[in-house]
Design a binder for this molecule. Structure first.
Ligand code: ZN
Length: 283
């Protein structure tokens, strides 16, 4: 694999052999001891849909394999795993450092601004799955949760119950709450909002799936969601302010093993709404 360089790869992609390559990766025997390989195969699977004939896929495959062999450093590997996607997608996120003058300008801490910003920044996000999107009507309980975790946004999944079995399932819909701190700058709100919308989308992808019936499973699933949400925030939205993600490599590996199908679904590179993300201010 290391002999495949970006250029020759993009040529083969154009010839339509990308699928083959993906299958080669996907069919590898994934032992649970090979975390990086699992991670990268997962990521590569997602790239296929979105990038098609794009050379960016070369970056992830080339970089990824080098990393499998050479590094145990989690942050670096994640960076390389996502870099193929980031390189191209960041061009689509009209982020630009030129926006810096607006960075510290106060923005109104209102639901009106929240909705307006969402419509501009994440205009193709399926908001019909968001039952609540607020900074003004956050419940005291959620405010406590945010304070406890030092979080500036929270996405709650909602469930439906089968009345015969009493079992709960993901409804696909979510409630999103923001803390006033998220409004410290337009750019910061953009990051927080994007992160939370990624969780909303994850909940859409889990629609109809059984809701974890114990705290341990819930946490394992949450770690998987956070892994993708934080990487999205960093690699696609461009937030370099935090060390991401907030879980250990061991925790992520546990999540990948327990929820391999969810891991496949959560590959954000192929999500349509990501292609039109647009950070502009003012609007
Ligand atoms: Zn999160």
């Amino acid at each position: 694999m290391e002999t495949i360089k970006t250029k020759s790869l993009s040529r083969s992609l154009l010839k339509g052999t990308v699928l083959n390559l993906g299958l080669q990766l996907a069919n590898r025997n994934l032992s649970k001891n090979n975390f990086w390989q699992t991670l990268l195969v997962g990521a590569a699977g997602g790239f296929g849909d979105y990038f098609g004939g794009n050379a960016a896929m070369g970056a992830i495959i080339g970089g990824g394999n080098a990393l499998i062999n050479k590094t145990k450093d989690f942050g670096t590997a994640v960076k390389y795993a996502a870099i193929g996607g980031a390189a191209d997608l960041l061009l689509k996120v009209k982020d630009a450092k030129a926006l810096k003058p607006y960075q510290d300008e106060p923005i109104p801490i209102t639901d009106e601004f929240l909705v307006k910003a969402q419509k501009v920044w994440f205009k193709d996000f399926p908001m019909e799955y968001v039952k609540m999107f607020t900074v003004e009507n956050v419940t005291p309980r959620i405010l406590n949760v945010m304070e406890y975790h030092n979080a500036h946004g929270v996405t709650q999944e909602t469930t439906i119950k089968n009345t015969n079995t009493e079992k709960k399932y993901f409804s696909g819909k979510s409630l999103v709450s923001f803390k006033a701190d998220a409004f410290s700058s337009a750019r910061y709100l953009f990051y927080v909002m994007g992160h939370e919308l990624m969780h909303v989308y994850q909940n859409i992808l889990l629609k109809g799936e059984p809701y974890p019936d114990n705290q341990v499973d819930y946490q394992v699933l949450t770690n998987l969601k956070e892994f993708y949400a934080y990487n999205f925030q960093k690699e696609i939205l461009g937030d370099n302010s935090k060390k991401l993600p907030p879980c250990t490599a061991e925790e992520i590996r546990e999540s990948l093993i327990k929820y391999p199908l969810y891991n496949e679904r959560f590959q954000y590179f192929s999500f349509d709404w990501i292609k039109t993300i647009n950070f502009i201010y003012p609007f």
